[in-house]
Design a protein around this ligand. Structure first.
Ligand SMILES: [Zn+2]
Length: 414
């Protein structure tokens, strides 16, 4: 019999910050923790050993990308048996991917105000000049039922709603699932957020209902998180947190919460605080899709337990390397024989690769060497962010969070 799912708070700091342990059927996650993103069940270019050596404790995969393989994954006994990663797993609902087909935009996260043109309007909200058509018809159409879309690969019509998303996720069988939600963008106004939030709350109830039917199909308990939306408005964020915290279907409530949305960097702390002040302390909270060090610190001190983002590995593949002294672009280091980061304990740095030697692999023009570069650079950046969360956890346990945060951020953003 696999172990049950529950969250244990080990130590609290400030009002909302904490270190804890999420117990899942496939192992424990010591929090705060960063989850590696393996969209299709594998982290690109990394072997099983590579991933374990980064210290990642859990992997996040995607319901949309794995939907067609989900019967095969169920047959294998679930994601942890099917993939080379045998530890704790999480899937997201696929909602973001299908809605992105309608918007033509990548996920908008962590914008600095300076990058946008905006200004306060009469009611105190901020108008942001950005094009978003997420709720208009392009390749996807959102209705109360769910999202109809055209598969960009084969041009076939398809549909995912809360029921379909739960059926797909329960076949994939990750330890943690996300309810189907509608992500709004920074360009959506208050009124649209009210409308989208009503839909997200209805979809949450339908997700919970459908999840109950299938959550034990693979012989272990699969857990479900509700996803909180509501844009940058305090009344919406607090009211939805209250509703979703109490939402009950057949005596069952959500096992945890996903903190979703497109965030302006300056809003992130407030939004997380509004949500987490309303959520029960005995359930875990996952901040979706953010990994910049300053965002992780803000997340942790405002009550987020786990994080995921494709950025560390994606940016590594494009030459952006994380170091204690900030990000560097490898393009500029053709003759630099120093390691990527003097303080790094990742497998790439320990093996003696230098900035120049990695750059040479990257720029060689040989596909095999390029692939070797993608692997080595991904290992480094992933280890960097995983280690950051490990050190944050240590600092919480040692009553040293504020000092650690100040020192890290001063050096990183010097
Ligand atoms: Zn390294």
């Amino acid at each position: 019999m696999k172990r049950p799912f529950y969250f244990e708070e080990t130590k609290r700091f400030g009002t909302l910050g904490r270190a804890g342990i999420i117990h899942t059927p496939h192992g424990d996650i010591r929090t705060p923790a960063f989850m590696a993103v393996g969209t299709k069940g594998e982290v690109k270019y990394l072997s099983f050993d590579d991933l374990h050596e980064t210290g990642a404790q859990a992997m996040l995969s995607n319901g949309y990308h794995l939907r067609r393989q989900s019967p095969e994954i169920a047959e294998a006994g679930g994601l942890a048996s099917w993939s080379t990663w045998h530890g704790p797993t999480l899937t997201d609902s696929g909602g973001f991917q299908v809605m992105s087909l309608g918007s033509g935009l990548g996920k908008v996260v962590s914008y600095d105000r300076a990058e946008l043109e905006g200004g306060a309007s009469k009611n105190g909200t901020v108008r942001i000049k950005a094009t978003n058509t997420a709720h208009k018809e392009r390749l996807a159409k959102i209705t109360d039922k769910g999202v109809s879309f055209t598969d960009p690969f084969d041009g076939q019509p398809d549909f995912i709603g809360p029921e379909e998303s739960m059926q797909i996720q329960c076949r994939i069988g990750a330890d943690i699932h996300m309810a189907f939600d509608e992500l709004t963008s920074l360009a959506d106004d208050y009124d649209y957020n009210v409308e989208a939030l009503k839909r997200t709350e209805k979809w949450a109830r339908r997700s919970l209902k459908e999840h109950l039917k299938h959550r034990d199909d693979l012989g272990y308990h699969q857990s479900l998180y509700a996803v909180l939306q509501g844009g940058r408005w305090e009344d919406l964020r607090r009211s939805t947190a209250k509703k979703l915290a109490k939402m009950t279907v057949a005596g069952t409530q959500f096992d945890g919460f996903g903190l979703g949305g497109a965030f302006l960097k300056e809003d992130l702390g407030n939004i997380l605080r509004w949500c987490n002040e309303e959520l029960p302390a005995n359930k875990p909270r996952h901040l979706l899709g953010l990994s910049h060090p300053d965002d992780i610190f803000v997340g942790v001190e405002n009550g987020a337990d786990t994080f995921d983002c494709v950025a560390p590995t994606r940016e590594a593949r494009h030459g952006k390397i994380y170091t204690r002294d900030g990000e560097i672009n490898l393009r500029k280091f053709a003759n630099d024989e120093r390691p990527l980061d003097l303080d790094c304990d990742c497998a790439t740095c320990k093996a003696g690769y230098t900035r120049a030697s990695l750059r040479a692999l990257w720029k060689s023009g040989d596909p095999d060497l390029k692939r070797a570069y993608w692997r080595l650079a991904s290992i480094h950046n992933l280890r960097f962010i995983v280690r950051l969360t490990e050190e944050i956890r240590e600092s919480i346990l040692n009553d040293n969070f504020e000092t650690y945060k100040t020192e890290f951020l001063q050096r990183y953003y010097h």
